[in-house]
Design a protein. Structure first.
Length: 277
């Protein structure tokens, strides 16, 4: 039963103890704007309190699973110290939303996943992917530090070699099959069977009484501490010249003139405002 209109940024479906959230802004590649992140926050809160929800599934409207955080739609210019504090808090809260969810979480990656949508998925109990999915964490190329606990968690899931390939300069973007072999995800299925298979896994979890858990032997307290530390490092990187310049060039190529000019303004005046950090 659909409980949201098809025009909503987040569709909610409830059946048999399973709540499925579908990110529904395909025109924006299901990127995490403030509106999307607020919708997810509210939905997670409701599902956590809902006695009829035993497992939560998160997926996207085709063709993308999620393009990650839409920075141009989340950053607002302000005093440098306040801007840094805002970045720290937004990043910490985003991943704490996944970490603090008290019930089993399953990501059904229906297509390409980028950045925070990849790292947050690894904080869930499981990831099942369509054969069309790919996984990209281009932090090094963007001049930023790892987030979503990936500085610690990726190595535990995939080993140091594959973790470095994804997080480092190579920027490895594994296919679903490659991600399965590496240990990043647990299941791959034909695209048209993705949600059916995700619900099958969810039903198995319900039948076995599965509780919320973290992969790779990680613990909640440890991951929350890592998230807090990474959020501070990420904020410093976001306010660094290499990242600001890269964002300006990217947005300019996409002909997104308004957001591009915001980053250009930040870059031009950085020698002045950086003294206020």
């Amino acid at each position: 039963m659909k409980t949201s209109a098809d025009t909503s940024p987040l569709l909610i479906d409830k059946q048999d103890g399973i709540t499925t959230l579908t990110m529904n802004t395909p025109e924006r590649l299901n990127g995490w704007t403030m509106a999307m992140m607020n919708a997810l926050k509210d939905a997670f809160k409701l599902a956590a309190a809902d006695k009829q929800t035993s497992v939560l599934i998160l997926t996207g409207a085709d063709p993308y699973y999620c393009a990650g955080v839409n920075l141009a739609a989340t950053l607002r210019l302000g005093h440098p110290r306040k801007l840094r504090a805002m970045i720290v808090e937004q990043n910490r809260a985003l991943f704490d939303m996944f970490l603090d969810f008290p019930k089993p979480l399953l990501v059904a990656a229906n297509g390409p996943a980028i950045g925070a949508s990849v790292t947050s998925a690894t904080l869930c109990d499981g990831i099942i992917a369509s054969e069309k999915a790919t996984f990209s964490t281009p932090f090094a190329a963007l001049g930023v530090t790892p987030e979503g606990c990936s500085s610690v968690h990726f190595e535990r899931l995939m080993g140091p070699g594959n973790a470095e390939r994804m997080l480092g300069k190579e920027g490895w973007k594994p296919s679903a099959a490659e991600a399965l072999e590496a240990g990043l995800i647990q299941w791959v299925t034909p695209h048209e069977k993705l949600i059916k298979e995700a619900r099958r896994i969810a039903r198995e979890w319900i039948a076995s009484g599965s509780k919320r858990s973290f992969r790779g032997g990680s613990t909640l307290d440890e991951l929350k501490s890592v998230n807090a530390d990474e959020s501070k490092l990420l904020a410093d990187a976001f306010l660094g010249a290499p990242f600001i310049k890269a964002q300006f060039k990217f947005l300019w190529r996409k002909k997104k003139w308004g957001p591009a000019m915001m980053f250009l303004t930040m870059l031009v005046f950085r020698p002045v405002w950086s003294r206020m950090l």
